[in-house]
Ligand binder design. Structure first.
Ligand code: FES
Length: 116
């Protein structure tokens, strides 16, 4: 039994300015994560959906990046303009916003359910 129906992890990892990998924090992820959390709470999702700041989720080049569970869908290139839509469509309605999906990411099957 899970406590929350959905977890959204927004990468807020920060690297040095001269790091060639870049980072989501330099693209505004801390502000975006905070805005998503506030909007989710305004929509009455507190206790149902959890919005967390996360370390690097290995999608740095296409950040600001986030991953949702249990779906395992990764979002990329999130901006503040996407916040309302992410909350309404993904967190409230459970939809995937296709234009934000990082296409090569697949959710790993739960432990014990791996396939050949
Ligand atoms: S720094 Fe955000 S995914 Fe790596």
């Amino acid at each position: 039994m899970t406590r929350f129906s959905c977890h959204l992890f927004v990468c807020t990892n920060r690297r040095a300015e001269d790091n060639p990998k870049g980072c989501c924090a330099s693209k505004g992820s801390e502000q975006i994560a905070k805005a998503i959390k506030i909007k989710a709470y305004e929509r009455g999702l507190k206790g149902q959906v959890r919005v967390n700041q996360a370390g690097c989720i290995d999608a740095c080049a296409t950040g600001v990046s986030a991953v949702m569970y249990p779906s395992g869908v990764y979002y990329q290139q999130i901006t503040l303009d996407d916040v309302d839509e992410i909350v309404e469509r993904s967190l409230v309605q459970g939809e995937v916003i296709k234009r934000l999906v990082l296409p090569f990411r697949q959710a790993a099957p739960p432990a014990g359910q791996e396939t050949g």
